[in-house]
Design a protein around this ligand. Structure first.
Ligand code: TYD
Ligand code: MG
Length: 463
C-alpha cells in the first residue's frame, strides 16, 4: 500500500528536506524544521484517510455557471443563548465551520456544553461533543454542575482525527464539537499533537469532512494571552466564522467577539457572566462596565464604544504618577500599548501637556478591550484628569478619534452613541464636530470639538 510522503520545511527560509534535522542546512536556523505532507500526493493521502475511516471523501466537483448556481437561504439554529446567537449573526448556520478561540479556563467548554445541550433539547438537533482534554466523567460532572445532565447529548472522548471522522460518518451528527483542536492528531504526520503541522492537518481533514457531509463543525482552540501561539491562528482562513472568547479570568465577565464571519457582522459582541451555575447572558452590558459609585473621581472617564450592532458604555481609568525611572512606564490594560504612546505624544505636541516624567497606567474596566479608535479622546481625558487631579463629572461622556495633527475625527454612528448616552442618564457629551447631531437631543448637552485643545478647554473650564 502506498505510503504518505512527508517532508520537512524550514519555518525561517522555506527550504525543504526529506529528513528532519535539528538545524536547517540552508539558513542555519535551529529547530525550525516542520513536518508537512507533500501535497502532490493528495490522492494517496485520501486513500490513507479512507483506509482508516471508511469514508470515501468528497466527490469530484464540476464547473457551473454562476447564474445556474441555486442559492439556498442559510438555515440557522438558535443555540438557546441569545448573546451567542447574535455574535454568530442570528444563530448557528447549518453546515458552517466555527472556530472558538480563547485562553485556557475562560469558559469555552462550558459555553459549548450549554449551547449544545440547549440545542439538543429545543431544536431536536443531535450534537456530538468530542473531547480530547477531559474524560466523559469530567464532562458529566460539569453537566451536573450546570444542571444539564438530562440533556440528550452524545459524548466521545477521542483525540485521533481519523477515528473522529469514522465515528461521525457512522453516527451522522448534525453538529460536531471538537474540544480542543490542539489535542487532535492525524496519522498522516508523525509530529506530536499540538504542533502547528498537526493542528493544521487535522483541522483540514475535519473541515473537509464537515463540508462534504454537511455537518456543522465547531472547533475549540486555545490561544495564549498574546495570541501568539501558532495553533488556532493558522486555522482562521479555513473556517467560516472565528469567535474569540475573552475576559479576565479574575473577573466574572466574559466577552465573545466575532473576528471573522461569513454569515454575519464582525466585531459583534456577546457578554456573559461566569456564575456558579455556568455562563449567564448579560443583556445590558453598559450597566456592568460602569462600576462607578456616586461621586466622580479623578482619572475616571466614561466613553461609548460601538461593537457590532450595539453601542456600549465603558469606563476608562488612568493613573498618572511621578516616575522614579529615567524611562517612565506606559502600561495599558485593554488598550494597545503603542496607541497609548501615540496619544501621549499628541497630548504633548498639540495639547501642550507633558507626561515625560510621569508613569502612565491605563485600565479599561471590566476586561473590555478597546479595538476601535473612538475611545482616544476618553483615554486622553482620563490621563489629563489624573495628571491635574481634576475630576470629569460623572454624567459627562466623551468619544472621538484623535488624529496625529491634534484634530478630533468623527467616528461611526456618532449620533446613535449620543442617544445611547442620553438613555443612560448622561447630561454632557464631548463629541467630534462632524458627529454633532443637527437637531438637539433631549436630556443631553452636546459639546462639539474640532481640535484637541477645544476638548481640553471644555474639560478644564467645566462648571
Ligand atoms: P472551562 O469551560 O473549562 O474553560 P475552557 O474550556 O475555556 O478551558 O471553564 C473553566 C472555568 O470556569 C473554571 O475555572 C471553573 C469555571 N466555572 C464556573 O465558575 N462555573 C461553572 O458553572 C463552570 C462549569 C465552570
Ligand atoms: Mg475546556
Amino acid at each position: 500500500m502506498a505510503k504518505v510522503k512527508r517532508s520537512y520545511r524550514c519555518k525561517e527560509c522555506g527550504a525543504q528536506t526529506p529528513q528532519w534535522a535539528g538545524r536547517c542546512s540552508d539558513c542555519g536556523a535551529w529547530n525550525s524544521l516542520e513536518e508537512e505532507i507533500v501535497s502532490s500526493n493528495s490522492a494517496t493521502n485520501q486513500a490513507t484517510i479512507s483506509r482508516h475511516t471508511g469514508y470515501a471523501g468528497e466527490q469530484k466537483s464540476e464547473v457551473q455557471a454562476l447564474s445556474q448556481v441555486t442559492s439556498e437561504q442559510a438555515i440557522r439554529w438558535t443555540t438557546g443563548l441569545e448573546e451567542l446567537d447574535r455574535v454568530l449573526g442570528g444563530g448557528l448556520v447549518t453546515g458552517s465551520v466555527v472556530l472558538i478561540g480563547g485562553d485556557p479556563g475562560i469558559g469555552k467548554s462550558t459555553l459549548l456544553l450549554q449551547a449544545m445541550a440547549s440545542m439538543a433539547k429545543r431544536s431536536g438537533v443531535n450534537p456530538l461533543y468530542i473531547s480530547g482534554e477531559e474524560s466523559l466523567q469530567q464532562i458529566r460532572l460539569r453537566a451536573e454542575r450546570l444542571q444539564l445532565e438530562q440533556a440528550p447529548l452524545d459524548l466521545l472522548a477521542e483525540t485521533h482525527a481519523e477515528q473522529m471522522i469514522a465515528t461521525a460518518h457512522a453516527r451522522k451528527p448534525q453538529v460536531m464539537v471538537i474540544d480542543s483542536i490542539q489535542t487532535v492528531f492525524t496519522e498522516l504526520l508523525q509530529s506530536a499533537p499540538g504542533t502547528v503541522a498537526q493542528v493544521r492537518e487535522s483541522a483540514a481533514q475535519l473541515v473537509r469532512f464537515a463540508k462534504s457531509s454537511g455537518t456543522t463543525l465547531i472547533l475549540v482552540g486555545h490561544v495564549t494571552k498574546q495570541g501568539a501561539l501558532a495553533g488556532p491562528r493558522v486555522l482562521e482562513h479555513m473556517v467560516d466564522t472565528v469567535l474569540y472568547f475573552e475576559g479576565d479570568t479574575s473577573t466574572r465577565f466574559r466577552i465573545l467577539r466575532a473576528v471573522k464571519n461569513r454569515f454575519g457582522a464582525v466585531n459583534e459582541l456577546g457578554v456573559f457572566a461566569m456564575t456558579e451555575l455556568g455562563l449567564k447572558e448579560v443583556s445590558n452590558p453598559s450597566a456592568i462596565f460602569l462600576s462607578r459609585g456616586e461621586t466622580s473621581l479623578a482619572g475616571s472617564v466614561v466613553t461609548v464604544i460601538r461593537e457590532g450592532s450595539r453601542p456600549m458604555l465603558v469606563e476608562v481609568q488612568a493613573l498618572v504618577d511621578d516616575s522614579p525611572l529615567g524611562n517612565p512606564r506606559r502600561v495599558s490594560v485593554g488598550l494597545e500599548q503603542n496607541r497609548l504612546a501615540m496619544l501621549l505624544a499628541i497630548l504633548h505636541r498639540h495639547g501642550g501637556i507633558t507626561c515625560t516624567d510621569q508613569d502612565v497606567f491605563i485600565n479599561v474596566v471590566g476586561g473590555v478591550k478597546l479595538s476601535e479608535t473612538g475611545a482616544d479622546l476618553a483615554v486622553l481625558a482620563a490621563v489629563l484628569s489624573s495628571l491635574r487631579n481634576k475630576t470629569v463629572p460623572r454624567d459627562w461622556i466623551l468619544f472621538g478619534e484623535v488624529g496625529l495633527t491634534g484634530e478630533i475625527r468623527p467616528v461611526q454612528a456618532g449620533e446613535e452613541r449620543i442617544h445611547d448616552a442620553a438613555k443612560h442618564g448622561f447630561s454632557h457629551a464631548i463629541v467630534p464636530a462632524a458627529n454633532a447631531p443637527r437637531k438637539s437631543i433631549k436630556g443631553i448637552n452636546v459639546i462639539a470639538v474640532k481640535h484637541l485643545s477645544d476638548a481640553i478647554d471644555a474639560l478644564m473650564n467645566q462648571t
